[in-house]
Design a protein around this ligand. Structure first.
Ligand code: ATP
Length: 513
């Protein structure tokens, strides 16, 4: 097993063992690509939501938040293009009976070519040492050039064939490249077919009157159809934004990467409405703002990169992803798209209503353009959780597992630990708990040795442990242990609130934006 797979396995098992994420309906052997958040997972997820919501709605005077319904009129999805075009190309392996996304098989093939490029670079780096010029090597080495040229040709042929709905050519490409089922090595493929990712359901009591509807595959449409409602009632002038956090559902063809690709997930989206012609400036602004939001968490700038889309969807005039270094490599975490007036104009056409804005400065009506930022909450959870989970060897040679979460996001801010279960220590600890509970989410634990209790808190990312001992009864002080440094200091009980607040408050994070 590769090191990457090991790390990922550890992430999945730690998430389960410590009450972050459980497979849905586990007692019935689970439901594929659907997960439940446990007691610690729900807290961490809520804190990520708060960080996003505050950064969007609270810090920006011209952004407001809404909460639209999951079920929408079916024509919404006709207008948005999802009924006709929200498809992925799928292919089955006849021997293993496994289903794959045809485009992903081809992309993975190209990623392998890129791995070969990286190996060539590493080899040359070792050979040439200090004199190595990476840029020159990449632009002149014949092998590197050949691998890169091959990738480019494959990806552009795939893009063209997908655009022209030429699924036969996608199959030919898979056969020409001799792509095999990664698990079994079989090259016995079916034809490629398009598969719509929307979940359908029925609205209404009786079979005759029931209407076919969909579970929303993205939250954005709830914002678009409410554009005029929000603009008129909030009285915001352009540019202004509408933000939303909510569930989305996609019947993903392949979902084997834990909470990276789920069938039920949550999105945090913001649509920013701007005058036509100004959208590319706002697009750059939002790229920068969103990257800063990620960087403020302190997980390391080297773990993020932009991937600018060369092939754009028909409605977009610029698009980029923020990619994060997950345990299985750099993958999309967030999308930033300049969507022109595509959605609002489509809803004008299908609904017969106006989606226009009266611009008092220009004294004219127009359909606004939209720049959107769209991030998966669960994917963000996975990014943070997998990055922060560490095994450390301590000075005395022992090991600990620590989840070094940004303190504002930690599920529990402090653990209150009476050293022993007698002599009035639990009573004093309870008093401290009751005093601090209005400000922080706390845990009270009196079982097991203090060392074991510390380790349990490290494993769920609790920034502080507060130990009440016999001296506390006399000097009204406690031992405060900090998670990352493991330093312990004696602190007066009356100072606890300020110390915990300073480290764990959202202000810390938000003021870096
Ligand atoms: P991908 O290419 O990975 O399928 P996408 O480009 O279809 O993603 P968007 O439609 O742009 O994704 O959705 C915005 C964000 O929602 C993504 O950046 C991702 O974080 C999240 N997201 C999309 N699909 C899923 C899913 N099945 N499970 C979890 N998060 C998802």
């Amino acid at each position: 097993m590769s090191k990457q797979e090991d790390i990922f396995k550890k992430v999945v098992s730690h998430a389960k063992e410590y009450g972050f994420i459980f497979p849905s309906s586990e007692v019935y052997d689970g439901l594929s690509a659907v997960y439940d958040y446990g007691q610690n997972g729900a807290e961490l997820k809520n804190n990520i939501k708060q960080y996003w919501w505050k950064a969007m709605v609270q810090l920006n005077e011209n952004i407001v938040g809404i909460d639209a319904a999951i079920l929408m009129h079916p024509t919404v999805w006709k207008a948005s293009g999802h009924v006709d075009a929200f498809n992925d190309p799928l292919i089955d392996n006849k021997d293993s009976k496994k289903r794959f996304r045809a485009d992903v098989l081809i992309e993975d093939y190209c990623a392998k070519l890129e791995d070969k490029v990286q190996k060539e670079i590493e080899k040359a780096e070792k050979r040439f040492g200090e004199t190595f010029d990476k840029n020159q090597f990449e632009t002149t080495n014949p092998r590197v050039l050949e691998y890169r040229e091959k990738q480019k040709n494959i990806l552009s042929r795939m893009a063209k064939s997908l655009e022209n709905e030429n699924l036969a050519d996608i199959k030919s490409l898979i056969e020409e490249l001799e792509i095999a089922d990664p698990d079994t090595g079989s090259k016995n493929w079916t034809d490629v077919r398009q598969f719509n990712l929307m979940f359908g359901t029925k609205l209404g009591a009786s079979a005759e009157n029931a209407t076919e509807i969909y579970l929303r595959p993205e939250t954005a449409q709830g914002i678009f159809v409410n554009f005029s409602n929000v603009q008129k009632t909030s009285r915001h002038k352009l540019p202004f934004g509408i933000a939303q956090i909510g569930k989305a559902f996609r019947n993903e063809i392949v979902a084997r990467q834990f909470i990276f690709r789920m069938r039920e997930f949550e999105q945090m989206e913001m649509q920013f409405f701007v005058p036509p012609g100004t959208e590319l400036g706002f697009y750059e602004m939002w790229k920068e703002k969103r990257m800063n939001w990620h960087l403020a968490l302190g997980l390391g700038a080297e773990n993020y990169k932009f991937h600018n889309h060369e092939k754009l969807a028909h409605y977009a005039n610029a698009a980029a992803d923020i990619e994060f270094k997950f345990p299985f490599g750099f993958k999309e975490l967030e999308g930033i798209h300049s969507r022109t007036d595509f959605d609002l104009s489509a809803h004008e056409k299908y609904s017969g209503r106006k989606f226009q804005y009266f611009d008092p400065e220009k004294n004219e009506n127009y359909v606004p353009y939209v720049v959107e930022t769209s991030i998966g909450l669960d994917r963000m959870f996975l990014a943070i959780f997998s990055h922060c989970l560490k095994d450390e060897i301590l000075e005395d040679g022992s090991e600990r597992t620590v989840l070094s979460l940004p303190p504002a996001l930690a599920p529990v801010k402090a653990a209150i630990l009476p050293l022993v279960k007698k002599d009035g220590l639990p009573e004093m600890a309870e008093k401290i708990f009751n005093d601090l509970k209005y400000d922080f989410n706390l845990i009270f634990e009196e079982k097991d040795s203090i060392g074991k209790r510390y380790r349990r808190q490290d494993a769920i990312g609790t920034p502080f442990c507060i130990t009440i001992d016999h001296d506390s009864l006399a000097d009204f002080s406690v031992t405060l242990r900090e998670r990352d440094s493991m330093k312990q200091e004696r602190v007066e009980i009356s100072k606890l609130r300020n110390i915990i607040d300073e480290k764990t408050n959202f202000r810390n994070l938000l003021s870096r934006l």
